[in-house]
Ligand binder design. Structure first.
Ligand code: SF4
Length: 224
């Protein structure tokens, strides 16, 4: 039985007691729902809107120590947690058995751009300027490569571990980004690309899918 920190607001989401590594993620990602004291963070308000729920789910997917948990029974929330690789964060594992982990490595977005290379240039323009705590560029990019109507970029946020993203245009104005399935970093890469797409002025209709969901019309608005 996981012990909840005593300051959590009553409800389905909670933070475990005594597991803090001071990651700071929840207050950054979901400031309306989390607070922290000198010991750790905790839920100050259960999510009561779709936007807040998205932010709390993002916090669970971004946390460093796995201490944000879900003890509720809402099927859709259980599905999303399991599919995004956070099934361990659900208290009742019997309720999660019908779902399985999925890697949504494809995202489609509506955006006005003249070419795939131009799309990528716009997408990384702001992230390129970000500095890390050591005042060095937070992300590293290799030059954009064009391949016919598609374009590819490699990016890294840790040492020389570059990850590949390929962009191509499907229907007019709908861009498809494919994140190369390489290792466990895919989840981090998909969160990063999602953050950049959400910040892209004029980008709409973000849809994350697996290959099968792309064919069948499934998917969801976020990778987690
Ligand atoms: S999510 Fe965990 S590690 Fe991060 S601040 Fe909260 S209690 Fe600490």
């Amino acid at each position: 039985m996981v012990e909840a920190y005593f300051k959590n607001a009553a409800g389905d989401f909670y933070v475990e007691a005594g597991c803090c590594l001071s990651c700071g993620v929840p207050l950054h990602v979901a400031p309306l729902n989390f607070d922290a004291d000198e010991e750790q963070c905790f839920i100050i308000k259960q999510p009561d809107s779709p936007d807040e729920l998205e932010q709390v789910l993002e916090a669970i997917n971004s946390q460093e120590a796995g201490c944000i948990r879900y003890r509720g029974e809402t099927r859709e929330i259980l599905r999303r947690l399991v599919e995004s690789g956070e099934g361990e964060s659900c208290d009742d594992r019997t309720l999660t058995r019908e779902f399985e982990e999925k890697f949504r490595n494809i995202v489609q977005v509506a955006f006005t751009s003249s070419s795939a290379a131009s799309f990528l240039t716009t997408l990384i323009a702001e992230p390129k300027t970000r500095l890390g705590y050591d005042q060095k560029p937070r992300y590293r990019f290799k030059p954009i490569k064009k391949a016919g109507a598609a374009a590819t970029i490699e990016l890294a946020w840790y040492e020389d571990k570059f990850h590949v993203v390929t962009v191509s245009e499907g229907q007019s104005g709908i861009w498809t980004l494919r994140l190369k399935l390489s290792d466990s970093a895919l989840r981090g890469l998909s969160r990063l690309i999602h953050e950049w797409l959400k910040a892209l002025p004029g980008a709409t209709g973000i849809r994350w899918t697996t290959e099968e969901e792309l064919r069948t019309g499934g998917g969801q608005p976020s990778p987690y």
